[in-house]
Write a protein that binds this ligand. Structure first.
Ligand code: ADP
Ligand code: ZN
Length: 434
């Protein structure tokens, strides 16, 4: 068993956690009902009053919030406290439309940074570490969240922000960074750039990486671990609940512990809204149990995953969420078949390709077109057109057996697909533009 940032709460018994949740939810619902007219209306419409919420089990009675509610209530409609009590605004990346803004009191910031500190310690972080944060700083929550967590642990923090990969590498080598924090796609790019500069994985001092903010597969994890010579840990979060650190991976690397003393998680059937039992796959819903500035209750994340209460070897007792399989709005329906980008990534990496790819979907003459552009690696380079064609055919067959439909594969030269410094753009769905 490793170290913990807040041992008592991270390893608390189930009964202790439920007790905390029971106390917090009663208080939080009352507070929201009195201070957030937008949510009070939703409760009134459903005929629920704060008196109906006596324990965490009663949470099922509460109405859901969706991204549409956040857009409708933009910017101040869901605040839980007077604006003068808030000290920070952050905003989503806007991956799926208009950005939403979230407000934080100082207490909210401290709680959020503590969650990130738990993640850093779970990845082996101590005061001895040099943490290089190349998530974007600014409105995006990645940089500020990990930066704050790193301070709380007492690590030496390198606030690099994203971009300028040459400088990232120079600082990483010169200042002996030991923990890297960025999106998995950027970590893969840094690995690729290090190799190009002639560095071997053992030449850097990194021991761990904390990667999140976008979906990534187990295959991608292996690829990054190999290229950087590290252990790669997943971290999950969203602006609506605070930012990264809502859930984080421990040394077991079999899912992310959700910080249950602050965030209550449910899995629902996205079609009916019914709460599903542990172990079933569905949409993740979060309730902030003690946030002040932006206290969302039953917020539907659109992220599809599975919860597990299986005992974890790290000693932490908090429930674990699987890697999100994707967002429910990430799923593409191509010629009637459901396709997730993560399935495509799995096939590509299993077949020995790099994680540099882009998916393009369009509709021509009422039929969906489905193209995947993927770089071949330098080792695969072949001047013979026939070799490339054979590779494309093989990859198409592998895709067909995973997805049920065959995309048109385009093998392109190394470095032709744009690299991402933040969240990677994997899908271009032109059907939405018509
Ligand atoms: P946006 O919705 O605009 O991307 P955020 O920047 O707040 O806003 O991103 C939150 C979303 O990022 C989550 O809802 C989830 O879809 C995705 N995400 C965050 N961390 C992970 C992770 N570790 N694995 C997969 N997806 C993640
Ligand atoms: Zn664990």
């Amino acid at each position: 068993m490793g170290n913990y940032y807040q041992k008592e709460i991270e390893t608390a018994s189930r009964e202790e956690i439920v007790k905390i949740q029971n106390e917090k939810i009663v208080k939080q619902v009352k507070h929201v009902y009195e201070n957030v007219p937008y949510y009070r209306n939703l409760m009134d419409q459903k005929g629920v009053t704060p008196d109906d919420i006596k324990s965490i089990d009663d949470i099922k009675k509460l109405p859901f919030l969706t991204k549409d509610d956040l857009r409708e209530a933009y910017p101040y409609g869901l605040m839980g406290t007077d604006i003068k009590n808030c000290v920070r605004i952050q905003s989503t990346s806007g991956t799926t439309g208009k950005r939403v803004v979230a407000f934080y009191t100082q207490k909210d910031i401290d709680m959020w940074e503590e969650c990130c500190a738990r993640a850093i310690v779970a990845a082996g972080g101590t005061q001895e570490d040099v943490v290089q944060v190349c998530y974007g700083y600014g409105l995006f929550t990645g940089g500020p969240g990990l930066n704050g967590g790193s301070h709380k642990v007492g690590c030496l923090t390198l606030p690099m922000s994203s971009g300028n990969t040459d400088r990232q590498i120079q600082f990483m080598m010169d200042l002996s960074a030991t923990i890297l924090c960025c999106t998995p796609s950027y970590a893969a790019y840094i690995g690729e750039s290090l190799a190009e500069k002639g560095y071997k994985p053992e030449d850097n001092k990194l021991k761990a990486g904390i990667f999140g903010a976008e979906p990534w597969t187990e295959e991608m994890r292996q690829n990054i671990e190999k290229s950087l010579g590290i252990k790669a840990y997943d971290i999950y979060g969203l602006t609506e609940t605070s930012g990264p650190g809502v859930a984080f991976e421990c040394e077991e690397q079999t899912g992310m512990h959700i910080n249950e003393d602050h965030f209550y998680a449910e899995i629902i059937d996205p079609k009916t809204g019914e709460v599903l039992p542990e172990g079933e796959k569905g949409e993740l819903v979060f309730t902030s149990l003690d946030k002040e500035g932006f206290p969302l209750l039953r917020y539907r994340t659109k992220d599809i995953c599975i919860l597990s209460r299986k005992k974890c070897s790290c000693g932490r007792t908090h429930v674990k969420m699987s890697k999100p399989l994707g967002r429910s709005d990430d799923m593409m329906i191509i010629r009637g078949v459901n396709v997730f980008p993560s399935q495509i990534e799995t096939v590509l990496l299993n077949e020995g390709y790099t994680p540099n790819y882009q998916i393009e979907v369009d509709r021509v003459n009422n039929t969906d077109t489905f193209d995947i552009y993927v770089e071949f690696s330098a080792e695969m380079f072949s001047d013979k057109v026939s070799d490339i064609q054979i590779r494309e055919q093989n990859l198409k067959a592998a895709m067909r057996s995973m997805l049920g439909i065959g995309p048109k594969i385009h093998l392109v030269a190394p470095k032709t697909i744009a690299r991402s410094e933040g969240k990677a753009v994997r899908v271009i769905d032109k059907r939405k533009l018509h």
